[in-house]
Design a protein around this ligand. Sequence first.
Ligand code: KG4
Ligand code: ZN
Length: 335
Amino acid sequence: MNILAFESSCDETSVAIVSDGRKVLSLEIASQIDIHKRYGGVVPEIASRAHIEAIHSLTSKALEDAKFTMNDIDAVAVTNIPGLIGALLVGVNFAKALAYSHSLPLITVNHIKGHVAANYLCSSDLEPPFMGMVMSGGHTSIIRVDSYTDYTTVARTRDDAVGEAFDKCARVLGIPYPGGKELDRLASLGNKEAIKFPVAKITDNADFSFSGLKTSVINYVHNNSQQGKDICKEDVAASLTEAVCKAVESKISFALDNYTNGSDKFVVGGGVCANSHLRKRIKALCEKRNLKLYLPEFIYCGDNAAMIGAQAYYEICKSPMSQDLTVNAYACNNF
Ligand code: KG4
Ligand code: ZN
């Protein structure tokens, strides 16, 4: 089954063709980073407009790269939840129109499930059940995956997502949006013990909280610059990353101790799982617990439509009924 998939939940317009949920036949990603950089973050209305401008030509390119016409497509899939509502609506309406005009089934996909499904594209042996985690600019959740379509969120962030905290801390250090990747590089050059940043103490469940850490970093930078002191960006990056790693390690451990489905696999997805320090620490944790760790290749960590095509395949296998054209986009869900 060849699925033409769309992703437009935030600041990447992406179109992909995925065969049987596992093989990427083509993948186009148009990033809007250069557009949003001057504002220090994503401006929703500008994002929606940029999606509209990009989506048609990316679709033609995705078909061309796969040497396909619409006659080779068996279904159309699109992210409809969660994300920026205007941005989501561009993808949803484009996918609806395409599915209707070509009499193809339409499948809506949850973006968070897509981030987990990115691993199906990289690891042919991966099958549920497993425990998983998504860390991105908008989400930080630990998820129990009992089948390809049955997901239970066992922990989420109570405030900022980890990527949001990284990006806002980077901004106060003068690093352009999105600063997560640059903080990763700087952290490798700094001393992680230099500054003691706080790790939230939520002890009775696996929920995360990163807003206190973010505020603490911002206060550290402001206080030191007001006193005319030099700020070592490398040390701030390393100490911040250390606090994030400690939080992630302790919450994964809590979730595995209390909510596991007994699987010996741990699966991670989302833009922040590109972070080299987090990857190392989660790898070490999984080795200690005899868990097989699955991480996507870098191209599939951030937002992309191939992961949506992967998840859509399993959604349509479970419920072959097409979504009807009243299907909508939603900004929030429980993940
Ligand atoms: O999954 P994603 O592309 O978009 C959302 O669904 O939010 O994740 C984007 C996030 C941004 O916050 C970005 O700074 C972060 O992923 N990111 C990183 C790294 N690469 C991207 N954060 C830390 N270290 C990285 N290497
Ligand atoms: Zn994402």
